[in-house]
Write a new protein. Structure first.
Length: 210
């Protein structure tokens, strides 16, 4: 599961239905190394038999107002997806994740934990992508130099209008300097697409090579 969620190619999927997720011994949750890409939908209701054996990961590019998670038990949960606003003639789709315990007659068989990929023919409302800054990569030297050059001189405003104008000038200088010194962050899905394209390009080159 950890390997699955750390693979950038998994970011291309909209929904992951997981069975037998890793069990956190201290709280009702599971391993989630892709928090910037997926919402975790994990049954949290107390169960005497133990923690949940099913969960969903929903890609954050899907509008969170168009889906809802329902937990029924530790072995059954559902995800209801509403069609996009311009596809109202379509009906909502319910995806059920049901865990069936292995019977005694199956214990001597090989594991069947194989991923299954399913494509649903429906238009889903996507989230509007917003530009974010990677604050950890801010160039402090550039920021301070630009801020020093653009900050307005110290003043003592005596009226409300003068104070508002002064605050506006200060915040504008800070915002402008921060934008110049801080690169934009790339969402996981974009990184995943680049990784897939690079891999495919490498395969094409090997196939076309001598």
């Amino acid at each position: 599961m950890a390997t699955l969620l750390r693979d950038p190619r998994i970011h291309e999927y909209d929904i992951l239905a997981i069975q037998e997720p890793w069990r956190n011994p201290y709280m009702a949750t599971t391993h989630h190394p892709a928090k910037d890409v997926f919402h975790l939908c994990y049954p949290t209701a107390a169960d005497e038999e133990g923690p949940a054996r099913v969960c969903f990961f929903v890609n954050k590019r899907i509008d969170h107002n168009r889906w809802r998670f329902k937990e029924h038990s530790r072995d059954v949960c559902s995800l209801v997806i509403e069609p996009s606003r311009d596809q109202q003639e379509q009906q909502s789709v319910a995806i059920h994740n049901i865990y069936n315990a292995v019977g005694d007659r199956d214990l001597d068989h090989d594991s069947d934990h194989l991923p299954i990929s399913t494509v649903l023919d429906m238009a889903v409302q996507s989230m509007q992508e917003t530009t974010k800054r990677n604050w950890k990569r801010m160039n402090e030297k550039t920021y301070l130099e630009d801020l020093k050059a653009t900050l307005p001189p110290l003043r003592r405003p005596t009226t409300k209008l003068a104070l508002d104008n002064y605050v506006r000038d200060v915040t504008t200088a800070i915002k402008t300097a921060a934008e110049k010194a801080t690169p934009q962050s790339r969402r996981g899905s974009a990184v995943a697409r680049e990784a897939v394209e690079a891999r495919n390009l490498g395969q094409d080159k090997r196939q076309c090579g001598p």
